[in-house]
Design a protein around this ligand. Structure first.
Ligand code: DGY
Length: 332
């Protein structure tokens, strides 16, 4: 395909760092409009009619939205997850979808591991004891936590982020790791540092054996609602559940039942079926839940790296080049 230098219309639908916005503005005609802000929604909708490229995240790009964007050729998502996009409609229209794998792996694994630590050692609950002036004597057994080191870690999902969490557990904390994924990973060739330290395990067996189960799953037809009443029922009494993938892979009612009347000790959640978490969600103030506002990749360094990669992807696609990180299965 010949490289194009023609200026094209681009819609930026969430904030980008100024240096990345400047890269786009130097080459193309940019409309900035965040559809989550009521005052910018009309500009967003008007721009759809003529844009060839879009860049942003955390907004559903569904069939109806795509129908209003007849010139659209490429969407560059500032995220690794692509569950906000109508993949079938994009494929049918030959619209490219790019994303940001790789650059957020370690940061997201850090977040997930911090939830493992926080839930096991009751960090948030005990820190509030100090903050609220309730530390009036040495704590007793009623406030003791559970060790993390040496415990069995069960990972649901074993892509880049799952493997990075496994590394933290196996190499840093001496944890035997079980993982559940569609196919076993050839550790000797793909992740030699985990060879002999992580075992592909059927879902039910993993749930029965793990002390800590961490979900690191993308949202797809196969993973939606994967963790339900039956699955939580299989977990060990006193086990901990962490979710750093997508909220809708968990049936939240079943999770609540497992916390309230089942044997689940605690849950650490960075993602929810509805985000931001509704004020009336029983998970918000639940004493056994440590809830974060979807901060998996939210550090200065990583969010900037994601913006750089997403901007590069978009510029490449609009120039007629193959983007660095085209979503697998996307039109090319
Ligand atoms: C992603 O990139 O999909 C993450 O969920 C953002 O934190």
């Amino acid at each position: 395909m010949p490289v194009s230098t023609e200026r094209k219309k681009i819609l930026v639908f969430r904030e980008l760092p100024p240096d990345q916005l400047a890269r786009l503005q130097a080459r193309h005609d940019v409309t900035l409009a965040n559809p989550r802000l009521a005052e910018q929604l009309p500009a967003f909708q008007a721009a759809l009619a003529t844009v060839e490229g879009m860049i942003g995240s955390s907004y559903p790009v569904d069939d109806a939205l795509l129908a209003r964007a007849p010139q659209l050729k490429v969407i560059s998502s500032v995220s690794v997850g692509v569950d906000n996009y109508a993949l079938d409609a994009l494929a049918a229209r030959g619209i490219m979808l790019c994303h940001t794998p790789g650059v957020l792996t370690e940061t997201t694994a850090d977040t997930i591991f911090s939830l493992i630590m926080a839930t096991s050692r009751r960090i948030v609950e005990l820190a509030s004891l100090v903050r609220e002036g309730r530390w009036t004597r040495n704590i007793g057994e009623d406030l003791f936590g559970r060790d993390v080191h040496g415990k069995t870690l069960g990972l649901l999902g074993f892509g880049r982020i799952g493997q990075a969490v496994a590394r933290r557990g196996a190499l840093g904390f001496g944890m035997p790791v079980l993982y559940h994924s569609r196919r076993p990973v050839d550790l000797a060739s793909q992740a030699p540092d985990l060879a002999g330290k992580a075992a592909h395990t059927p879902l039910d067996e993993l749930l029965q054996r793990a002390d800590i189960v961490a979900a690191v799953l993308p949202l797809s037809r196969e993973t939606r609602g994967l963790m339900g009443e039956r699955e939580f029922g299989l977990m060990k009494p006193g086990a901990i559940f962490v979710n750093g993938g997508r909220g809708a892979t968990v049936r939240e009612g079943a999770l609540l039942d497992a916390l309230n009347t089942g044997g689940l000790r605690a849950a650490g959640l960075d993602v929810f079926a509805t985000e931001p978490l509704p004020m009336n969600s029983p998970l918000r103030l639940h004493p056994k839940v440590t809830a974060l506002p979807h901060i998996g990749s939210a550090t200065f360094e990583t969010r900037h790296a994601m913006a750089v990669l997403a901007t590069t992807n978009l510029l490449q696609a609009l120039a007629g080049e193959r983007p660095t990180a085209l979503f697998e299965g996307s039109a090319s």
